[in-house]
Design a protein around this ligand. Structure first.
Ligand code: ZN
Length: 156
């Protein structure tokens, strides 16, 4: 069975950056189950998996525009140090904003803190090694919800 719209695929993946450093991997965990064609994965991943079958292994090189987007410099902002109160603030720390986003601290000055609201992988070319573990038909319920249920999926 091939991966096409409204199929559920289970994949193992390892994500590396340009230098070959592993950023994320499903190794040692359950494979990632996802509903194909529902926008649950980044576009470059769905395009690369389209038409592939169980057992296939592939290497996908995905540029930012098909990944997590280009970095938007407007999302890099200075906020007063006082906005964090007594809390310790260090580069690399992540905070939720009142607007529901997540920002990463990139620099801490005496009076101000630089935060970056971009996805950590924005602007980063991605190298995925992918192995397709399983392909099955989605249920009507999964298709109407737009995500996978049961093992490796949503429980509700
Ligand atoms: Zn659901």
């Amino acid at each position: 069975m091939q991966i096409t719209k409204n199929k559920v695929a289970a994949i193992h993946y390892t994500l590396r950056d340009e230098e070959g450093t592993i950023i994320d991997s499903s190794e040692g965990r359950d494979p990632l189950h996802y509903l194909h064609g529902a926008g649950n994965l980044i576009p470059g991943m769905e395009e690369g998996l389209e038409g592939k079958s169980q057992g296939e292994k592939l290497n996908l090189k995905i540029q930012p525009e098909k990944g997590y987007g280009e970095k938007d410099e407007n999302l890099v902002q200075q906020v007063p140090r006082s906005a964090f109160g007594e809390q310790e603030v260090k580069p690399g720390m992540r905070f939720s904003t009142n607007q529901g986003g997540v920002v990463t601290v990139t620099d801490v000055g005496l009076d101000s803190v630089t935060v970056d609201g971009n996805h950590p992988l924005a602007g980063v070319p991605l190298n995925f090694d992918v192995e397709i573990v399983e392909v099955r038909n989605a249920t009507d319920e999964e298709i109407s919800h737009g995500h996978v249920h049961g093992h490796g999926g949503h429980h509700h």
